[in-house]
Design a binder for this molecule. Structure first.
Ligand SMILES: [Zn+2]
Length: 184
């Protein structure tokens, strides 16, 4: 059963994008009926796809739109990688500034980190971005890239996490408001 789950898990992204054969789709649906874990995985994927399907939904479901859809998907994926890279860069930059004169910029940088985090992780940003923040800050501390003690590192990380969560909340509200606008 476990081996099947990993196969299904690999196929789910294609399944969500309607890119598997009918037989495969049937097989996946059958498996999902009996497997909570994969059903949840599918639900998460669909939720994740919701943000990027805005363009898709507004197009007619004609075959002519397919190359365009494919391109949009590729652009989206590139945006994801960019947002992810920006996220990590901004955490490095922000924490690097903690001991310096640019400290105040973090009240702006950290919410932006949260917004990028929401774009990359969706609601999971709530715990994934603070975790990422902690890992990076501890790495910076371990390599002594900033003149901060261990206790200070933890304290600033916690404070920044609050700002990050504010950013996530802003992104969530924006996303929600835009969605509502769509349905009008
Ligand atoms: Zn499964």
């Amino acid at each position: 059963m476990k081996a099947e789950c990993s196969i299904v898990k690999d196929l789910l992204p294609l399944y969500v994008e309607d890119m598997v054969s009918r037989e495969t789709a049937k097989h996946i649906e059958e498996h999902i009926k009996g497997c909570n874990k994969c059903r949840k995985e599918l639900a998460d994927l669909k939720e994740g796809a919701a943000l990027s399907t805005v363009e898709k939904e507004s197009l007619p479901r004609a075959d002519a739109a397919k190359p365009f859809k494919k391109m949009m998907r590729r652009v989206n994926r590139q945006f994801y990688s960019l947002a992810y890279a920006a996220l990590i860069f901004l955490i490095f930059l922000g924490f690097g500034w903690t001991a310096g004169n640019n400290l105040m910029y973090n009240s702006l940088i950290m919410p932006i980190v949260g917004i990028f985090g929401y774009y990359v992780f969706k609601w999971r940003a709530v715990y994934k971005v603070p975790a990422l923040l902690l890992v990076i800050d501890l790495a910076i501390f371990a390599f002594q890239l900033v003149e901060l003690g261990f206790a200070d590192t933890l304290m600033w990380t916690m404070l920044y996490a609050i700002f990050v969560l504010i950013g996530v909340a802003i992104a969530f509200l924006l996303h929600y408001a835009l969605k509502k606008e769509e349905h009008k």
